[in-house]
Design a protein around this ligand. Sequence first.
Ligand code: GLP
Length: 265
Amino acid sequence: MEVIIAEDAQAVARVAADLVSDLVSRKPDAVLGVATGSSPIALYRELSRRVEAGELSLARCTAFMLDEYVGLAANHPASYRRFIEDELVVLTDLASERVHGPDGAAPDLAAECLRYERSIGAAGGVDLQILGIGTDGHIGFNEPASSLASRTRIKTLTRQTRHDNSRFFGGDLDLVPHHCLTQGIGTIMAARNIVLVATGAAKAEAIHRIVEGPVTAMWPGSELQHHPHVTIAVDEAAADGLELRDYFVQTDRANSWGRSVWLDE
Ligand code: GLP
């Protein structure tokens, strides 16, 4: 794992945005994996800034979302589809119809999971997956004890995750769905490149566990240790639990030859 410790959330966003820019400059019709939650918001704003400045275009890109709540229509204010629309699509030139997500309101959820999994494959797979991390180490909505080989499926959310995400439901825990559809850990691991962004002290233990702990389903993000092209970009607070903190790269002494994504061209 390449661990980059940046001074603040904006610097974390720039590290991740540089990977997106590198990818899209070499492959304008790249397939992006997009995450929800507050962690990637600064990244999406940075991508927006670059698009407005004419430095980047996502117009030919396709995007696949990680997950969606079960039972929320796509236009529900707290749906992840709506989040991506508001926080990424309207701020950039990424086309709404090129953003795909699992349909949490589908009548047959198991069939929907299979359809979604196949649609990612049909698009040629994800070139760069953007991830956040839950305080319990989940990626996507793969909660602790998820199969490390899992594919898109229905999952039950833990009370902790529902509590963490209740702020998107006006703080009312009762309004947070109990179930979701999520790409599996195996699905996420199939992406050619992964960048995980995390900021703030609340993420420090999860970052320590997934980077330095054993690979275990109890900290699902730890499976990323088995991925050949993963960058973990964190701010000082989220890096606070790292034993190897002094060894990991600080952005001010990051390598000068640049970071680039891997493409099987
Ligand atoms: C949700 C999402 C995850 C995200 C996590 C962390 O559970 N399913 O993809 O990483 O929240 O969210 P935040 O970035 O808001 O802390």
